[in-house]
Design a protein around this ligand. Structure first.
Ligand code: ATP
Ligand code: MG
Length: 292
């Protein structure tokens, strides 16, 4: 029988969330802690635990059919190895958010990317940086560094950097100023762009349907409340991402019970608005699984 292989980061920022999302899709693995190959039980999907940089390469080389990796790495490897193509992003996963930003020393009087023309830019993402700057008509000299990119301007080995940022504290600590966001990235599920054999494609489709359910459930809430019957239309409008709520009579009362799955985030403001049109006993519950 066919099996699929998914590569995820062995240890790093994406590891826990990558494994977590696969487990929530119902995948179980037999493994010993230090092994790099985890055999899938129940569902024929096995796991490979590797360096994140290796994931796009393994997909391009046909070592595995699926991989979870930051869009930044997938784009870099595709540009470097394959003219910017070769992998398909099947689903963004909503974690590992960061941005690739161009930053310059605080005291350097540069106001636009164009002023960096011909300058040296230190980065771990030379191909992506060149491509993104190229789209804006700027050509730079990329100085490739695998880590500690932020110290390059201080050392005099580069004029600016292009690096991943999430809060910006590393930049500030190194007296760098974020000049422009070049690219926004998050973790995503990738596969090679070449077609899979039928059996593997069917397995992949099943996994993707489960994944969709898991990701939607993560955002969704089950909302229950009581309300006057005449407020039904207003309440339906106020429930985020709801078209047809379930409506039930309340024994011995002229009020009704309304139940609905909100597929968008429910904020306190939504609940306050519901209360203002007469809703009471409002309960918001997490949704664990969804298959639509
Ligand atoms: P590996 O040992 O697997 O090569 P790594 O050190 O290259 O690990 P991590 O630092 O674990 O990688 O980052 C993995 C991914 O997490 C990045 O490629 C990026 O997509 C994402 N990420 C999210 N926030 C940040 C951030 N502030 N800095 C760097 N990467 C981030
Ligand atoms: Mg890496």
């Amino acid at each position: 029988m066919s099996r699929l292989r998914v590569a995820i980061q062995k240890s790093g920022r994406l590891s826990d969330r990558s494994l977590g999302v696969l487990k929530r899709c119902g995948l179980r693995f037999a493994h010993s802690k230090d092994k790099l190959f985890w055999f899938g039980q129940d569902f024929p999907v096995d796991l490979l635990l590797v360096r994140d940089d290796d994931i796009p390469r393994m997909l391009l080389d046909g070592v595995c059919e699926l991989g979870i990796v930051g869009e930044n790495i997938a784009r870099e490897v595709m540009l470097e190895r394959n003219g910017g193509t070769g992998l398909t992003c099947l689903r963004k996963l909503g974690f590992g958010q960061c941005r690739l930003s161009l930053a310059v020393p605080e005291d350097l009087e540069i106001g636009s990317l164009q002023e960096l023309q011909g300058k040296r830019v230190a980065t771990s993402y030379p191909a992506l940086t060149r491509a993104l700057l190229g789209e804006q008509g700027v050509t730079v000299q990329a100085v490739e560094l695998s880590g500690s990119v932020e110290i390059a301007p201080g050392l005099g080995t580069a004029d600016a950097i292009s690096d991943l940022v999430s809060t910006g504290s590393t930049l500030r600590a190194n007296h760098l100023r974020e000049l422009e966001v070049l690219f926004r990235s998050q973790a995503a599920l990738y596969s090679p762009s070449t077609p899979l054999p039928d059996e593997k494609q069917q397995l992949l489709d099943r996994l993707l349907a489960r994944l969709e359910g898991v990701l939607q459930a993560a955002e969704s809430k089950y909302v229950m409340l009581h309300a006057p019957r005449e407020a039904l239309d207003k309440i339906t409008e106020l429930l985020p991402g709801v078209e047809h709520p379930s409506v039930m009579p309340l024994e011995g009362s002229d009020r009704i019970a309304i139940h609905a799955v909100c597929v968008e985030t429910v904020f306190w403001e939504h609940l306050e608005a519901l209360k203002a049109v007469g809703a009471s006993a409002i309960l918001v519950l997490p949704v664990e699984k969804m298959l639509g």
